[in-house]
Design a protein around this ligand. Structure first.
Ligand code: PDD
Length: 280
């Protein structure tokens, strides 16, 4: 695989970042995941705009222009012959060569790393046909989940808790209300109405969420953005999640309760179809 590191395209075994990089020592880094279908990037502009916002919120310098970022994405997709899969991008604050809680001088160059992952079955994964099983766990993450940082230890542990329980993923709960999934936004459907948590600092402002809510409204589906409990989701007609890496993923079980007939619901299936149609 060819990867990109700070201006260079290199074989992955030759790519290097300093061990003093604050991304490595302090998770002082932000990232984006853009999916690729039929060799085309999906919603690159949305991801680039969110990246800029994450960088601004953390007073981190932009590593290069949005146009340059697009060119790097395209070149990596090309060089690695990615038909379906994703491009991972990470910007870290870099380092002045020591470990220090104080940020390095503002002119310290950030590190920019990108690599691709090929996923030939991205558009028709077995999980999307079967539907995901979800457990609920407490949300103990920090308070700025709207910034896409690489602090993914707790979400990763949540995913492991789900796996140990024979499930696929976890939804997190704070103050009695569902925030989001470990790496996706969460929704349920009751009597035809789609319900999802409103945007705030408590959740990531999903790029797929924005597209799916627009498509739902265009298809005359009813959407309500409000706080909801896991009990509401458990007794819903159907549920689903959205993310760049899984698009619209139907959910068929929550904390052991089967939703509907235990197969992907009609609204989740329809939204997945409309989303993929538009993406292609
Ligand atoms: N995760 N919420 C969280 C906590 C996420 O990590 C993600 C994305 C989303 C969905 O956002 P989007 O639709 O922009 O992908 C919501 C990426 C895919 C990941 O970590 O791999």
């Amino acid at each position: 695989r060819t990867v990109y590191v700070n201006g260079e395209y290199l074989p992955e075994t030759e790519a290097k970042v300093s061990i003093f990089d604050r991304g490595f020592l302090m998770a002082d880094a932000v990232y984006e995941v853009t999916s690729v279908l039929d060799g085309k990037l999906i919603d690159f502009d949305g991801h680039a705009v969110r990246l800029k916002r994450s960088l601004d919120e953390l007073e981190m310098a932009e590593p290069c222009s949005q146009q340059e970022l697009l060119e790097i994405h395209r070149k990596l997709v090309d060089l690695n012959g990615i038909v379906a899969g994703l491009v991972y991008l990470q910007v870290t604050r870099g380092s002045d060569g020591d470990r220090d809680f104080v940020f390095p001088a503002a002119d310290t160059p950030p590190s920019l790393v990108l690599f691709t992952q090929s996923k030939p079955s991205l558009a028709d994964s077995p999980e999307s046909k079967r539907g995901a099983k979800i457990i609920s766990i407490e949300d103990i993450r920090w308070g700025r989940r709207d910034i896409k940082t690489v602090q993914l230890l707790y979400p990763s542990m949540g995913k492991m808790m789900a796996k140990k329980a024979g499930c696929d993923d976890a939804w997190m709960i704070e103050d009695g209300y569902v925030t989001e999934g470990t790496s996706n936004n969460a929704y349920f459907v009751k009597n035809g109405k789609i319900v999802t948590r409103p945007l705030s600092n408590d959740i990531l402002h999903g790029i797929t969420r924005k597209a799916v809510l627009r498509l739902a409204q265009e298809a005359q589906m009813e959407v309500e953005e409000r706080l909801f409990t896991i009990d509401e989701a458990k007794t819903a007609d159907e549920a689903f999640t959205t993310s760049a890496s899984a698009f619209v993923m139907p959910v068929v079980e929550i904390d052991g309760a089967t939703l509907g007939d235990g197969t992907p619901g009609p609204i989740a299936r329809r939204l997945r179809e409309i989303y993929l149609d538009e993406a292609r």
